[in-house]
Every structure is written in C-alpha cells, then in structure tokens.
Ligand binder design. Structure first.
Ligand SMILES: NC(=[NH2+])NCCC[C@H](N)C(=O)O
Ligand SMILES: [Mn+2]
Ligand SMILES: [Mn+2]
Length: 324
C-alpha cells in the first residue's frame, strides 16, 4: 500500500508535478541495450505507479527520445573520447529539455540511457536552479564508479566514465561541437558533489578526488559506519539549504540485485541500502531531480526483470514511497 508523500519540498513550486524525460541513448559506452531501458521501465508500470499510487501529476511527452536527428554521421575520436560529438549533441538537447521542466519548479525525473546523459540532466537543473533561486545545487552521485575521468585519464575512452569531469570543469573542451556549449551556469562545484557506493575507481580518478577534496563514501565507509550514518554524513556535507540532484547509476547496487547493467561490480549496495539512500534524500525536502541510468535489459536476460524492478523501487523511494 502506498500513499502520497507528506514531505514538503522547499525548492519546488509544484512539488506534485513530475517532468519525465525518457532518454534512449547508449553512445557513452559500447554495449547495445541500455537505450531500451526507459521503455522497459515505463512498460513495467513505473509512471502509472507514480501517478496512481504516489499522486504525482506526470508530465511526459509519451516519447522515448533517441535523438537520431542530432547524431552526426562523422564522429572520429577526439582526445581519446569515443563518439564525442554524438554525446555532446544529445546532452546539449537534453540539457534544454531538463531546464524547461526545472525552470517551472517541477521535479524532473530522467530515465536513461547510459550515464553520459548526466552531462545534460545535471547541467539543465543547475542552470534552472541558478536562475530561479539564485543558488548553487548539489549532486549526490550513487554509483560503483566515480565517472570523473578526464579524457586523458580514461582507459576506455567511454564518455559515461567522464560526465562529472565535464560538469565540474575538471575537463574542458573548447570545440563548439564537443561540449563547447557548456557555460558557467551549467557547472557544479566540486565542493557540492558527494559520492556514495564507490568501489571501482580508476587511478587517475582517485588522484582527482583527492586533489580536489571531493567528498566520497565508498563501500568501505558503508561497511564501517552503516548506510544510515553515511547518508547522514553525505547530507551534512551538502548542508540543509541546498537543492539536490540525485544521479543514481543502477550498478551501485550489487549484481545480485541489478545484474543487467553494462559494468557490474561485485560487493555493492543491497536493494534496501539503495532504497534507503533514496528515501533519506527524499526526506530532506531538498530533492529537485533524479536520474536513473545504466539499466541494460539485454544483458543477463534472466536478471533483466529483477534489475528493472530494482530501478522502479529506487525511483519510487526517491519520490516519497514509504514502507509504512
Ligand atoms: N557509468 C558507468 N557505468 N561508468 C563506468 C566507468 C568505468 C571506467 N571507470 C571508465 O572510465 O570507463
Ligand atoms: Mn557505474
Ligand atoms: Mn555511472
């Protein structure tokens, strides 16, 4: 049994209105299938649950966006990045879709797609929050990976391993068609970024996290303090007067709960720990947007329905579903 959330949202003018963007994009990594996730999540009933059980007024264009017309024919590697122009063009378009929902004070839910799309979602909400409230927004990034490689530290060249570098300007590119569209208003401070769930961080990324004093809670911290204390510390770092964008990579969960994902890493969060993070962030009343990314229904076919179910549970928890 579920009922609408009673938590009031400090930073939304229409807390019961939900803008949903379905992003069928896979160009930030090399495995096919992740573009089918938004459809799979919607077909499993996610949006109906949000409107019927949690009483949201869902604004959705009934389209999964594949951005076919935005993807350039010629897209050679640049600084080792794979498909840089495609990712740039898609995230630029997505950024303005997200901005349009966020500027009216609606909650924005994005269903990915691989994690490169966060370049679009986070830049869009960051800009809207600056304009609407004159504030800087915080990002809680729940993931097995830090996704903060600069092109030069990335071993794979996959841009889904780099979004936080472009969003914080640790990586910058002047070329207009390769993230040259990103302006100051799209950027997030390294001091307003917090990670939870990390356990597969590249050498160069560790150095970037350390040198920039970025707050990060790994699985080791969760083992030591418990998820309750870790979320409390993460929220204390952000402060209570700050709007929050939650970017949730389903691979933060242990493959036992979410096997259908492109880069699974053992030793992850239980489904309850993942849901708890979402519930606790909802309870702050400061959450303004959520991304759910990296569900790949074509990997581990027998686990796909489990992964989709886990994804739906995370989204419902972030939107105020409670156990009692
Ligand atoms: N969004 C993700 N699943 N990212 C995985 C990134 C893996 C690795 N760090 C890389 O740069 O390629
Ligand atoms: Mn990941
Ligand atoms: Mn990720």
């Amino acid at each position: 049994m579920t009922q609408p959330s009673t938590i009031t949202s400090r930073f939304l003018s229409h807390p019961n209105q939900l803008g949903v963007v379905a992003v069928g994009f896979n160009g930030g990594q090399c495995k096919k299938g992740v573009e089918a996730a938004p459809m799979a999540l919607i077909e499993s009933g996610l949006l109906t649950q949000l409107s019927e059980d949690l009483d949201y007024e869902v604004h959705h264009d009934n389209t999964v966006h594949y951005y076919e017309n935005d993807i350039p024919a010629e897209d050679p590697d640049h600084r080792g990045m794979k498909k840089p122009r495609a990712v740039s063009a898609v995230t630029e378009k997505l950024s303005s879709q997200i901005y349009n929902y966020a500027k009216d004070g609606k909650f924005v839910l994005t269903l990915g797609g691989d994690h490169s799309i966060a370049i679009g979602t986070v830049s869009g909400t960051a800009k809207a929050i600056r304009e609407r409230l004159g504030r800087e927004m915080a990002v809680i990034w729940v993931d097995a990976h830090a996704d903060i490689n600069v092109p030069e530290t990335s071993g794979s060249g996959n841009i889904h391993g780099m979004p936080m570098a472009f969003l914080t300007r640790l990586a910058r590119e002047e070329k207009k068609d390769i993230f040259g569209w990103m302006q100051d208003e799209h950027i997030v401070s390294t001091q307003k970024l917090v990670y939870i769930g990390l356990r597969d961080v590249d050498r160069g990324e560790k150095k970037l996290l350390r040198e920039n004093g970025i707050k990060a809670f790994s699985m080791h911290d969760i083992d030591r303090h418990g998820i309750g204390r870790v979320v409390e510390m993460a929220l204390a770092h952000i402060g209570n007067d700050t709007p929050i964008h939650l970017s949730f990579d389903v691979d933060a969960l242990d493959p036992q709960w979410a096997p259908s994902t492109g880069t699974p890493v053992r030793g992850g969060l239980t489904l309850r720990e993942g849901d708890f993070i979402c519930e606790a962030v909802h309870e702050t009343g400061n959450l303004i947007a959520m991304d759910l990314v990296e569900v790949n229904p074509s990997l581990e076919e027998k686990g796909a329905s489990e992964t989709i179910r886990a994804g739906c549970s995370l989204v419902r928890s972030a939107l105020g579903d409670t156990l009692l």
